[in-house]
Design a protein around this ligand. Structure first.
Ligand SMILES: *[C@@H]1O[C@H](CO)[C@@H](O)[C@H](O)[C@H]1NC(C)=O
Length: 395
């Protein structure tokens, strides 16, 4: 055979483009995923190969319905950035006991991870909400969170819908630099312990342009949450955006530099909240917190700092909290409160809140019992701008 230079070049070019197009894409169908069937094995195999491949690896879950029938843990470190393109609907088993760990889909120890697409993670949680008693029983068995991100750095979660989890929708632990954006989180108001996004011991987290309706906190920030910005989030139904609870356990890490900006709350139990337990076993701090540009639509407690948080009398409520709250700015909060106590700042007797600024509050109560009011303890805020209701009038 007699090939000229041009032909050889063309063949080389074709070979190399074919190579580039193939390398890096790991479609679960190639690993045995079939519509309507369980993809635990296919996804795990695809992840193993993708993780070992080097370069940017993209796992594709195409637009059809699959089951993910067991707790699936996808671990790093990987040789290159990892992406999951989720366009299909992935469903959990209805029976919560088929998931053997506290995570349904777990991503661990990956540097550079993206989960994006138009797909849905459906936790099929209705059965488990009936069995869950974690509100009242602190020794309850933790059911599986839909997505656990454990020690992920440089992560992005984008576009995905999270539906009806068995417990939390998303749990973020030990992560550094994570963006959650344009995500939809949905569960009924009656679902138990279905926090939207829980963050703990993590730095540099941004949650933006996201809609959360659920049966518990829309977003909750546990100890060790630092540099967290929550922006343009629509919350409701749900319990609102909460820092804490803090001060239940020994040696909790500080919470610092938290911003909640330009968010809307509709028919939620709370708007923005800081809650700390009385009789904390060790001292702790929550510092540099900004709540700004918030719209409240019939919210139970639009702004609430509660340092005597003690549900179901699980604590010695007469011993003041040892969590120190400082540098708290509350600015530009408008709308309607579903209770008279539109603004409540109850600080610890032992650790009065320090450097609290409250400005431009315009919250009205539409009920018959009277006008909106504020309730304050152990705090002397600097007040400016609009004051409807009057802020901490006795100070
Ligand atoms: C407070 O809100 C009410 C109702 O939205 C509005 O009519 C009023 O102008 C607002 N006041 C100020 C000072 O912004």
């Amino acid at each position: 055979m007699n090939m000229n230079i041009a032909t050889i070049c063309l063949l080389l070019l074709l070979a190399s483009t074919a190579n580039v197009a193939q390398s890096g894409v790991f479609d679960v169908q190639k690993y045995g995923a079939k519509p309507g069937q369980d993809i635990s094995q296919a996804l795990t195999k695809a992840w193993k190969e993708a993780c070992a491949a080097g370069g940017t690896s993209k796992i594709v879950i195409p637009k059809t319905t699959y089951n993910l029938g067991s707790s699936t843990s996808l671990q790093g470190p990987c040789k290159g950035p990892m992406q999951i393109q989720l366009d299909g609907i992935v469903r959990a088993p209805a029976n919560p006991h088929q998931l053997k760990t506290d995570g349904w889909l777990v991503i661990g120890r990956v540097d550079s991870f993206t989960l994006s697409g138009t797909g849905t993670l459906d936790g099929l949680g209705a059965t488990s909400w009936k069995q869950n008693d974690c509100g009242k029983n602190s020794n309850c068995k933790l059911l599986a969170t839909t997505l656990r991100l454990d020690f992920v750095t440089n992560g992005v979660i984008q576009g995905i819908t999270f539906k009806d989890p068995k417990s939390f929708h998303i749990n973020v632990l030990g992560c550094n630099k994570l963006k959650i954006q344009h995500v939809t989180i949905t569960a009924p108001i009656t679902s138990l312990n279905t926090d939207g996004i829980h963050i703990g011991r993590s730095n540099g987290i941004t949650i933006s342009d996201t809609t959360i309706g659920t049966g518990d906190d829309c977003i909750s920030l546990g100890d060790g949450s630092k540099d967290v910005t929550i922006q343009r989030v629509k919350c409701g139904p749900g319990h609102g955006i909460s820092i804490g609870s803090l001060g239940k356990y020994f040696n909790e890490q500080p919470v610092a530099r938290i911003k909640v900006l330009d968010c809307t709350f509709t028919d939620t139990m709370n708007g923005v909240r800081i809650k700390t337990w009385p009789s904390s076993p060790s001292a702790g701090t929550a510092d540099d917190i900004t709540f700004k540009g918030l719209t409240m639509n019939k919210v139970g407690n639009p702004v609430i700092v509660d340092q005597a948080y003690c549900p179901y009398s699980q604590c010695k409520s007469q011993i003041p909290s040892r969590i120190k709250i400082s540098n708290l700015m509350i600015d530009d909060v408008q709308g309607t409160s579903a209770t008279r106590e539109a603004l409540k700042i109850i600080c610890s007797k032992d650790e009065p809140c320090q450097n609290v600024k409250v400005s431009n509050i315009n919250l009205s109560y539409l009920g018959a019992e009277g006008k909106a009011m504020s309730v304050c303890e152990n705090v002397k805020p600097a007040v400016s701008g609009t004051q409807n209701p009057p802020i901490c009038p006795r100070h």
